[in-house]
Design a protein around this ligand. Structure first.
Ligand code: GDP
Length: 139
């Protein structure tokens, strides 16, 4: 059975271009409920830990630098079939390949600065949500 929660970040490119409100509106309009939300900035060390699964990939160092370069919004979202439904809403990793109307097609700047993160499995959604939020911060 698929879970009903996913985890997202609005990435530094999208906070810098003042698209937090527009992206949250898309998320709400798509039927996601916000369970927890935090406006913060990752240190390079924290970004490195968050993306540790990608540590062998060639873009890992750039990704860590980028994700610690500015503020982010982290959030836990709830909807039926949340992980797959949210990945559909955000579109492909590379905005040039993202379907029209998706969040990345609308707001991303590049394959790296691609506006939003979305968990890729129920298991990672839980791990990533726990990375940012304590039990007391979730409804
Ligand atoms: P996602 O699940 O769609 O976010 O994509 P991945 O898990 O494959 O990659 C994680 C993040 O790394 C992406 O969201 C991008 O920010 C970044 N990324 C992915 N592929 C590349 C790449 O080829 N080059 C660079 N510079 N960054 C990338």
């Amino acid at each position: 059975m698929s879970g009903n929660r996913t985890f997202t970040m609005i990435k530094p490119d999208a906070t810098a271009s003042n698209n937090i409100g527009a992206i949250l509106q898309k998320i709400n309009e798509a039927g996601f409920r916000i369970i927890a939300m935090k406006y913060t900035r990752l240190s390079a060390e924290s970004a490195g830990k968050f993306y540790a699964v990608h540590s062998e990939r060639p873009f890992y160092k750039d990704l860590v630098n980028y994700m610690s370069s500015g503020t982010i919004v982290a959030a836990i979202l709830e909807k039926d079939n949340a992980v797959a439904s949210f990945r559909e809403l955000i579109g492909a990793t590379d905005p040039a390949k993202a379907a029209p109307g998706t969040i990345r097609a609308l707001f991303a700047k590049s394959i790296e600065a691609n506006a939003v993160h979305g968990s890729d499995s129920d298991e990672n959604a839980q791990i990533e949500g726990n990375f940012f939020f304590s039990e007391l911060e979730r409804f």
